[in-house]
Design a protein around this ligand. Sequence first.
Ligand code: NAD
Ligand code: ZN
Length: 707
Amino acid sequence: MPTPTLDHPAMTAGAIPFAVPQSRWDADRAAGLTPEQLLLYRSNLLGSDLTVTNFGGGNTSAKLSGTDPLTGQPVDVLWVKGSGGDIGSMALDGFATLYQDKLLALGAHYAGPDDDDTMVGYLPHCTFNLNGRAASIDTPLHALLPFAHVDHVHPDAIIALAASSGGEAATQEIWGGRIGWLPWKRPGYTLGVMLRDYVAAHPGVEGVMLAGHGIICWGDSAQACYEHTIALIADAARYLNARMADRPAFGGLVVAPNPDRAAIVTDLMPRLRGLMTGARRKLGHWSDDAEVLEFTGSARFEQLAALGTSCPDHFLRTKIAPLTLDPARLADQAYMSDRIAAYRARYAAYYQRCRRADSPAMRDANPVVVLVPGLGRITFATDKTTARLAGEFYGNAINVIRGAEAIGEYIALDEQEAFDIEYWLLEEAKLQRMPAPRAQVGRIVLVTGGAGGIGAATAARFLKDGACVVLADRDGDALETVRAGFARQFGTDVVRAAVCDVTSEDQVRAAFDLAAREFGGLDVLVANAGIASSAAIEDTTVALWRRNYDVLAEGYFLTARGAWPLLKAMKDQGGSAIVFIGSKNGVAAAAGASAYASAKAAANHLARCLALEGAPHGIRVNVVNPDAVIRGSRIWDGDWRKERAGTHGIDPGAELEEHYRNRSLLKRDVLPDDIAEACYFLGSDASAKSTGNMINVDAGNLQAFTR
Ligand SMILES: NC(=O)c1ccc[n+]([C@@H]2O[C@H](COP(=O)([O-])OP(=O)(O)OC[C@H]3O[C@@H](n4cnc5c(N)ncnc54)[C@H](O)[C@@H]3O)[C@@H](O)[C@H]2O)c1
Ligand SMILES: [Zn+2]
């Protein structure tokens, strides 16, 4: 059998190496900045470099002179990254500011490690200048060190040392006592005291490794501190790379990357998502980067994965351990559901073993990280960004394990410590304060004709409430414009586009495959792609007739059939929905548009048949019948406008909208947003008890009254 290989640009014979960071300090940019701005510049430089710190990880501080707003006197102020946020993208308002002398005076309230939680409550009393940014639990680490500029980061190469049995010896070998070592301690006031005492006992030390966690180091100026941090990370990376260059990681690759992995994952993700029942639906994110394939395909994969992660940042995002699946058994649904059930049982057992008298109730027991040799990593969370970030954090954890194993044995976070972080009362209070997620968070919606007036408005309505959306349309240019607009408005994570003609079986399948692979499945299909045509019966060519039936009847059939397996998978999670965009003309006879109107009627009846067939699977099927949506609709840009104006004997310009408004019972214009609102209702749980229905959104039209 040939030796399996990976495709990675920096890989030699051994393991994938760590990136070695370089200083990006720009003296021209730094010139003229105030001390506060220099702190921000340094923080942004560190945080935007993924070799330096993971997303949202790490914090920076400077002890600066300020003017007391009450006394007008100069005072020492600690500027330290506040709670939440990310040093890479933060602005000045992301820093908490505190009186340094008050912070030091807090020591009077501290009697020992049991006081850590109480000490957090004193931090707001030290606030300088009424700054509302909350101080993070890492604040004492910065306050108690007698240095002007302090960085605390979690780079993979550093944590690899910090989480290895050989880490302390390696630290000594690399830096010869310039960098100290403290055993694992959860962040808080006690860790600050340990650091302060360590530094007092080791004069001249330039930084301290925090076991299982990261590093803290300092400098006399913003630039010196930044460059020191970068140099330490580079030292660690080079040291590890030298030890990994000729030795494959994790005992060597035994399962090669599967060349069909994209197709296999497309089938797998909706099935996994369907099995992850709980309070909310999940979004999925797949990665098959070389680091993940190297780890999951390795000889020691199962053994190392079972150990869990080390750094608290990694662990909080990825749960106590990943779920691993046997690639040979993925087709076996019973195997899959057993694996998920076993994971939940293991999680519940962990909760029971570690819980304390006052622990918060157990949270969601489903796995976050799912690993499959040859396929890579799939992560699940209640929204797409969280799922993607969980995956990236697990990627950091893999790097850590690889480096740690190169110089000794990898040491994961102790189970009880992990539990105490996960179920920390202060963390629970933070979760309780968070606003409830928007109604559609966790839902995946595919809209055909998504580049058009009604389709785009419907997509926007779901996106606004937190859904992820796949836009499908045959017009690639218009599609890209709409997608890019939504990406700017709602974020790139939540929108995807598939160029798809709904009359093509292959393209329809590819669009649903995209929903499965990019998000994990489907909750709502809005079948909307459509055209309109107008012709007297004697002038209706077979080609025109077929065009209407191809798009409006067969197109709706193909999209509904394509969505079906994905929708069925959500049965145990409250079900799913199909919404057809019909037309007033599907229920009311139209003169001079028989091909269009009868094709719409066919779609309406298809919806009723599917409502019957879908009910046992939890699939609801309903119809929205618009009429005369002129503004925003591209149908009304073309011949249809002239033809309908001709039929009614009016001017195709401004008069047309007025004509339709006056024809309606309510005398109102119907807009794409009005149709979107009805689709939203029928696609959401607000209509959970409705199937086989039609809603007319036409400002009132007697002919279309259903009876
Ligand atoms: N606008 C109205 O007055 C009105 C009234 C009743 C029903 N409708 C229905 O509403 C739906 C949306 O229409 P709209 O007013 O937003 O028009 P629109 O032209 O703005 O949008 C329709 C979209 O469907 C796309 N499309 C057309 N054929 C396709 C195909 N074969 N495959 C994939 N995409 C295709 C088009 O590219 C376009 O982006 C249609 O089904 C239409 O029949 C509209
Ligand atoms: Zn930290």
